[in-house]
Design a protein around this ligand. Structure first.
Ligand code: HEC
Length: 111
């Protein structure tokens, strides 16, 4: 009897072992230095712009969901963000704003 309980206990513990985690499960510290699309997208564009500039109803027909779209609009993005017109009716983390403008000034590299 004791043995059975021990075996069951061991099995239940094994069942609770955490599955191997993918990279996306970890919280990555904000990076306001790296001038790549992936980093700028994660730390500036996604948090400040995409809720209005995505999908078919993207504000002003400016879609900011892909590198190609962002690259195409980079000059206007810089003007809008520099002047504080965008993000519209909201504020942007000053470091994220800096990162976005520096990245565009550096030619908006993809990698
Ligand atoms: C709350 C919604 C909202 C957010 C957030 C937002 N926008 Fe906009 N955006 C708009 C609207 C609405 C317009 C069109 C009207 C206007 O120019 O005010 C616009 C227009 C634009 C335009 C085109 C301007 C022109 O006249 O050609 C650009 C470029 C732009 N936004 C970039 C951005 C960027 C970059 C961010 C993030 C830093 C951002 N927007 C965040 C709503 C938003």
């Amino acid at each position: 009897m004791k043995r059975t309980i021990l075996v069951l206990f061991t099995i239940s513990l094994a069942g609770c072992a955490p599955a191997t985690r993918g990279e996306s499960d970890f919280i990555v510290a904000a990076d306001f230095q790296t001038l790549t699309y992936q980093n700028v997208n994660a730390n500036a564009i996604q948090p400040a712009c995409v809720r209005c500039h995505a999908g078919e109803d993207a504000a002003a027909d400016v879609n900011l969901e892909t590198y190609a779209e962002v690259f195409k609009n980079r000059a206007e993005i810089a003007v809008q963000v520099e002047s504080g017109k965008m993000p519209r009716r909201s504020t942007m983390d000053p470091q994220a704003k800096d990162l976005l403008l520096k990245w565009i000034a550096a030619g908006a590299p993809e990698t």
